[in-house]
Design a protein around this ligand. Structure first.
Ligand code: DQA
Length: 146
């Protein structure tokens, strides 16, 4: 199995960015953990991060034929129709992750335009949410086969 772990804008700064909201784990640590869990569960995890909307769209397209996408769209969740349409256009199931509990924060974070086309949604579980999302997307792939 193959899964794309995709992180959007500003998530390259995890570890130093607003630790009260996002903790001190770096993106490299998250990628290592998710890759490790993937190895345990029999999945190869490709890890990508971009600050650019179009690059994220391209990467979602590249995940056609993969078993799943674990996506933290960052702020693009709140307004990128292009990213929403990309997720909608591919058959690959996508589980959206937010490290923070976006519903406990500013009102503009309460809307996700990507969530309605995602297969699942995890928020407020900290960086552990990435592992939950990987498990969920692989569970779904296994069920789809059964
Ligand atoms: C975030 C929440 C978004 O509102 C914010 O713009 C981010 C990070 C999260 O993981 O909690 O960049 O997606």
């Amino acid at each position: 199995r193959t899964v794309l772990l995709l992180n959007g804008p500003n998530l390259n700064l995890l570890g130093e960015r607003d630790p009260a909201q996002y903790g001190t784990t770096t993106l490299a640590d998250i990628e290592r953990r998710v890759r490790g869990l993937g190895a345990e569960l029999g999945a190869a995890v490709r890890c990508e991060q971009s600050n650019h909307e179009g690059v994220l769209v391209d990467l979602v397209h590249e995940a056609r034929g993969y078993d799943g996408i674990v996506l933290n769209p960052g702020a693009f969740a709140h307004y990128s129709i292009a990213l929403r349409d990309a997720i909608d256009a591919v058959d690959t199931p996508c589980v959206e992750v937010h490290i923070s509990n976006v519903y406990a924060r500013e009102e503009f974070r309460h809307t996700s335009v990507t969530a309605p086309v995602a297969a699942g949604y995890v928020a407020g579980c900290g960086v552990f949410g990435y592992e939950l999302a990987l498990r969920a997307v692989l569970h779904r792939a296994a069920e789809a086969e059964a």
